[in-house]
Ligand binder design. Structure first.
Ligand SMILES: N[C@@H](CCC[C@H](N)C(=O)O)C(=O)O
Length: 266
């Protein structure tokens, strides 16, 4: 069996996108891992499947490269808007709205949530400053922008061994659904960010991570909205004020399309 797919990326965070609005497509964790495998599959950070929706223009489902299904993906949202032209997307993290502005795509990810059980954390803690530390990384903020994030601000981003500390924090028992780990440095109100993504590891950019980090920077007056967030793959502009949805603007690129050989992947 063969199935049409699109390969897209948002600032180097890459996706295999399958449009299953007319023809259903069943995903198992094993199939998601096989498609995402860069040696034997197509290769991607996340597999995205588009389905019909009753509450929005379409439903977007997201699988990390480890095969786990998750709630939200900021960079994929911009790609899906570019690909399909829709303006509202149902996701497990909420309704996402956006618009293709031409060179860039703008997306609203809804209002962030700061309750310990909304992140979620394993037990009550002050999400403005978790009383926790991992080596030199300490007291992160925790929040949900549809998916769970912690944000650390540091003086020297390059000195942080993300490959070592990222997976340790991701799997800490304090985070029952695991967590996306953002480490950022702020200079003159501009944010530089590296993200260890839950279920995908270090990526060139993370859209929800950029939103979570900009919100954390605005809350602590390290930066003012709109915030420029620069990641290894490029930059996003993030706007937010307390009580409002977070909005993100940036690029999205269609790379190629082709046919998946599903039998070869099993
Ligand atoms: N790359 C994404 C986030 C993808 C999901 C994330 N790894 C999770 O497990 O929540 C983005 O651009 O936001």
């Amino acid at each position: 069996m063969r199935r049409h797919f699109h390969k897209m990326h948002g600032l180097g965070n890459d996706f295999v996108i399958i449009d299953a609005r007319k023809e259903p497509f069943e995903v198992t964790a094993a199939l998601a891992r096989a498609i995402a495998d860069r040696r034997t599959g197509i290769g991607c950070d996340q597999l995205i499947v588009l389905q019909p929706s009753e509450s929005a223009d379409l439903r977007m489902r997201i699988w990390n490269s480890d095969g786990g299904e998750v709630q939200s993906c900021g960079n994929a949202t911009r790609c899906v808007i570019l690909l399909t032209g829709v303006q509202s997307i149902e996701s497990d993290g909420g309704i996402l709205e956006g618009e293709n502005l031409g060179v860039e795509v703008e997306v609203s990810l809804g209002e962030p949530r700061f309750g310990w059980n909304e992140v979620p954390l394993a037990y009550p803690m002050d999400t403005n400053e978790l009383p926790m530390a991992w080596d030199d990384l300490e007291h992160p903020q925790a929040l949900s922008v549809g998916n769970p994030h912690v944000v650390f601000f540091v003086d020297d981003l390059e000195a942080v061994p993300m490959e070592y500390v990222g997976p340790v924090i991701e799997h800490d028992a304090a985070f029952p659904e695991r967590i996306n780990v953002n480490v950022a440095q702020v200079e003159d109100g501009d944010v530089r960010l590296r993200t260890w993504e839950r279920g995908a590891g270090l990526t060139l950019a993370c859209g929800t991570g950029a939103c979570a980090t900009a919100i954390a920077a605005i809350k602590t007056r390290r930066a003012e909205s709109p915030v420029r967030v620069t990641m290894p793959g490029g930059c996003l502009i993030v706007a937010w004020a307390p009580g409002e949805p977070v909005r993100m603007r940036g690029g999205a690129v269609h790379v190629f399309e082709g046919e998946l050989d599903l039998e070869a992947l099993q």
